[in-house]
Design a protein around this ligand. Sequence first.
Ligand SMILES: O=C(CO)COP(=O)(O)O
Length: 249
Amino acid sequence: MAQRKPIVAGNWKMNGSIELVSEISTAISKYKNEQVDVIIFPPAPLLCKAAESGVNVGTQTISEFDSGAFTGEIEAKLAKQLGANYTLVGHSERRAIFGETSEIVAEKFAKAQEEGLIPVLCVGETEKQRELGETEKVVAEQINAVISKLGIAALSNSVLAYEPVWAIGTGKTATPEQAQSVHKFIRDMLSTQSEPVAQALQILYGGSVNDKNSKSLFTQPDIDGGLIGGASLKADAFVSICNSALGNV
Ligand SMILES: O=C(CO)COP(=O)(O)O
């Protein structure tokens, strides 16, 4: 099996403060040369501050457009200049609250890569879709929107995050077996198009990951780390999650 470096990423959503940037950046500075990539996705107004404090940063979304009359939007090129290395695209909150379709998400994915940002493509089913047995169909559609626009090779310079919507912010984590089954489905699906791309792709799990359940999730063969919401706002819990990706806990 391919060796994939684990990633632990903190999506702060619309939370955090200048003080939290200092606290978290100090807490995670020790991972610089470790076998885990730790990334913070702070709200856009804190991007500069976080980049200056030396952490690996990304934006939570970017515009699919170049600069222009798009009030409130985040330009990929500018985010890159300010120190971002990554951007989330297609987070379920963006899809559900801000009406981002899979086609728009694919455009954002393309724009990110064009400007040198690594897109972290978020996919996942709602509770209703899971009940209807549509999990794999939904996840495949969300991923295929990117592949049909850009080709399978585009995924070789990206990260995927499987985040079941019903597990986000609910405390209802997918079991390691449930998560592994979807991650394996994704990898198998991609390997029919390119085995090297499928084997190299880091697939993160997100949805109520905390310092108690992270280890059992991260030790699954197709789970390459996590995208953490609430627990990434607490330095102790986040450090402990990073350690579990290293196998230190
Ligand atoms: O949406 C998430 C990360 O992008 C997950 O959020 P929680 O960890 O708070 O469930």
